[in-house]
Write a protein that binds this ligand. Structure first.
Ligand SMILES: [Zn+2]
Length: 412
């Protein structure tokens, strides 16, 4: 999970007026902990679920069902204390749902002939624990490696090593099948969508070698997707995509040649041509329509994790509020003021309704240096009206930190 705070979106297109009916949800308080299948299975499903429910006071287990590549130091384990794996799903897929999707789900070798998600789901039912699908969507280096044609593609034609393009129909079909599979075959109370938008430019697993001090604009322009799907959608909106691509390419060319960061800012770049703003607006339509399609097949309410800069991600919360049930934010900071600001900003984006904000807390340093800080910050968001809280992460935090989670819950 990335830990960048979101809600830094800067308005650069006029936001459309909200349309349609307001989403109404019967909210019950969600007290959840993000967790990995490998930790829950290795430590004993019933034991983990029972402990989290009865001793710590949580009511929801959020399990990573689809996850990016990972190299995890497991502090609960002295033996097998590293879990290292490529991007994968952690359950047996329902093959019939992927029969017509060109992208097939990469199943973790950990699954084998078993179905750990079934075990966890049944244990949660037995213990009265709700289950949430922590679903990493488009940040998937395994699919990007095997099918580079569905990956995002920079203006020079380089496919991303990790980001699948949300505009690509094959990607969208895969995402619909994945969420339909999860919510049809398991008893999920909620689905959390992570990275369901455009991914940042460079995220290399190799040693990066870059001989220029890249600024924000350099990274932004290198991250802009010009894959065939994006170009096609741009053309369908009447945009001369070649004009946009040429502006991007020429700015980067000047920077590369001079060995200096790009010298203009975002607004100055956008002012070069109305085609540029139209292209960025097209990207926001791509993201919001994908989330609509996922919502349409999901049998559980969905939370969209808002991460990163809107200009990178194409994730416009003002459009998302008409679709998703919750906007999920990461309050990974010890600063109570920063936490409150994040929640208040998110609530504004959700029509002023803080009960549609889902707040995540890291239960270990540096974001939470001790139990007192975690408790104070959790209490602060509940006082602002937040009713859904998650803690990061069962198998990453030292085991003693579960007591911090317990204290924080008791303090609400
Ligand atoms: Zn694209």
């Amino acid at each position: 999970m990335r830990i960048t705070m979101c809600l830094t979106g800067i308005r650069y297109v006029k936001a459309p007026k909200p349309t349609g009916t307001k989403i109404r949800i019967n909210l019950m308080k969600i007290l959840s902990i993000w967790s990995y299948v490998w930790d829950v299975i290795d430590e004993g499903v019933d034991e983990v679920v029972s402990t989290l429910k009865n001793e710590i006071g949580l009511n929801t287990l959020s399990v990573a069902t689809s996850y990016h590549s990972v190299d995890h130091l497991r502090l609960h384990q002295l033996e097998r204390n590293i879990y290292r794996a490529p991007a994968a799903i952690y359950f047996q897929p329902d093959g019939s749902l992927y029969a017509d999707t060109p992208i097939k789900p990469p199943v973790s070798p950990l699954v084998g002939e078993t179905n750990p998600l079934r075990q966890i789901s049944e244990s949660c039912d037995r213990h009265g624990m709700k289950l949430s699908s922590w679903t990493v969507c488009l940040h998937n280096s395994e699919i990007a490696r095997n099918s580079p044609e569905v990956a995002q593609c920079d203006v020079f034609g380089n496919p991303s090593s990790h980001g699948l393009c949300p505009a690509n129909e094959k990607v969208r079909a895969y995402m619909r099948a994945l969420v339909e599979d999860l919510t049809t075959n398991y008893n999920f109370a909620t689905v959390e969508l992570e990275s369901c938008d455009y991914q940042g430019g460079r995220h290399s697993h190799a040693h990066e070698k870059i001989g220029i001090q890249q600024g924000w604009m350099d990274k932004f322009l290198l991250a802009l997707c010009f894959c065939e799907s994006c170009r096609k959608r741009g053309r369908e909106k009447g945009i001369d995509v070649t004009v946009v691509a040429n502006y991007v390419r020429s700015e980067l060319a000047v920077s590369f040649k001079a060995g200096r960061p790009i010298g203009i800012n975002f607004e100055e770049f956008c002012d070069k041509s109305p085609e540029i703003r139209a292209y960025l607006d097209m990207r926001e339509s791509v993201v919001s329509s994908l989330i609509s399609e996922i919502k349409a097949v999901s049998k559980a309410p969905i939370a969209l994790m808002g991460m990163g800069d809107r200009r990178y991600s194409g994730c416009n919360a003002e459009r998302i509020r008409e679709i998703a049930n919750w906007y999920e934010i990461l309050c990974y900071t010890p600063s109570r003021e920063a936490v409150e600001n994040s929640v208040q900003n998110a609530a504004r984006l959700m029509d002023g309704d803080a009960s549609r904000v889902w707040a995540g807390f890291s239960a270990y340093p540096p974001a939470s240096p001790d139990a007192e800080v975690l408790t104070a910050n959790v209490k602060a968001v509940t006082q602002l009206g937040v009713q859904a809280i998650s803690f990061y992460n069962y198998g990453i935090m030292p085991k003693r930190n579960l007591q911090w989670v317990k204290v924080a819950i008791e303090g609400i």
